[in-house]
Design a protein around this ligand. Structure first.
Ligand SMILES: Nc1nc2c(ncn2[C@@H]2O[C@H](COP(=O)(O)OP(=O)(O)OP(=O)(O)O)[C@@H](O)[C@H]2O)c(=O)[nH]1
Length: 300
């Protein structure tokens, strides 16, 4: 079955691909632009099912949409520029922008799909999306160590406070400051100091669980969040980290020590704030410093 020739001739003046289907989804008219896009000849495209131009995984759902489309004449067009992966005759895929509308020809209901090759736009959209994601990640990452920066850390801390208030989920926060880091820089150079900071970041990660958050929040300052942990387990975790460092770091076997303040947050009624938690952890860390450094002090 073919739709009126004059109508098909009219479709040839449209720069976009045009495919006319009957209510069974069979292609009954096609212009050159559509045939070229799908790499068929116009005649070989006739009597194909529209579904054969779509990936197999989409066909069943598309059939259901098509059935509704013809069942309720006069309803809105099925797709207002929907982007689909489409299949060419040789099996290769491209992105197509497809707009399907109903068409009444001599009291017969048809569907007309206006198709545009969307591959280039899709590529540039994907590129922009990836660039935005990369920039977003960069904005939340400490460039020297690759771990979270202060901005990401405070956002996560706010999430944890919300979780505690909503569900009572406890967490611990540590404030970790290197001891006498200025001396390391002065004796071994700034570049070596950078390597030490990277190594410390790796070690803190290594000693944390994969559900914990590790950040560098200042020059030689790190901080961690440990969701769903008891104060004692958090203290043990930090103790193990501190002990490992004492045995030395890097080729120089340089002992580096840490002063660690730990704050346990497990009372929803406390109405914790980011500033309040950081101030408590910071105070505990300074207590560790004032008691001779290389220590963990726990506060609540
Ligand atoms: N290599 C390197 N050094 C840094 C960086 N950021 C800050 N620093 C140095 O880190 C040192 C921090 O020193 P302080 O925290 O003031 O003091 P400290 O020597 O660690 O002494 P205590 O904290 O009292 O134990 C300073 O010498 C900074 O120049 C960085 O990105 N790389």
């Amino acid at each position: 079955m073919e739709v009126k020739q004059t109508f098909i001739e009219f479709l040839e003046v449209i720069p976009d691909g045009a495919i006319v289907i009957n209510s069974q989804g069979l292609i009954v008219g096609v212009n050159q632009a559509a045939a070229a896009m799908f790499r068929y000849s116009s005649s070989s495209m006739l009597e194909l099912h529209l579904n054969e131009l779509l990936p197999e995984g989409m066909r069943e759902k598309h059939d259901q949409h098509l059935e509704k489309f013809f069942k309720y004449p006069g309803r809105r067009s099925m797709g207002n520029g929907l982007i689909f992966p489409a299949i060419r005759r040789d099996g290769s895929t491209f992105y197509a922008d497809i707009m399907l509308n109903q068409l009444d020809i001599e009291e017969q209901l048809y569907g007309i799909a206006i198709v545009r090759d969307y591959t280039l736009q899709k590529k540039s959209e994907d590129k922009i999306r990836l660039e935005l994601e990369f920039e977003k990640r960069q904005a939340l990452t400490d460039h020297l160590t690759g771990i979270m920066n202060r901005r990401a850390f405070t956002a996560q801390l706010q999430d944890e406070i919300n979780q505690l208030e909503a569900h009572g989920t406890p967490f611990a926060v540590s404030f970790i400051d290197l001891d006498d880091f200025k001396e390391i820089n002065d004796e071994h150079g700034h570049h070596f100091g950078d390597l030490v900071l990277q190594k410390i970041a790796d070690l803190i990660r290594l000693h944390s669980r994969h559900t914990d958050y590790v950040a560098r929040i200042g020059g030689d300052e790190f901080a961690t969040i440990h969701p769903m942990i008891s104060a004692e387990d958090a203290r043990l975790m930090m103790h193990r980290l501190r002990c490992q460092l004492v045995s030395g770091i890097g080729h120089a076997e340089l002992p580096v020590t840490l002063s660690i303040g730990l704050c346990q947050c497990d009372k929803p009624s406390e109405h914790y704030t980011i500033e309040g938690i950081m101030a408590r952890a910071d105070k505990a860390m300074y207590q560790a410093k004032s008691e001779g450094k290389n220590a963990v002090v726990l506060t609540s």
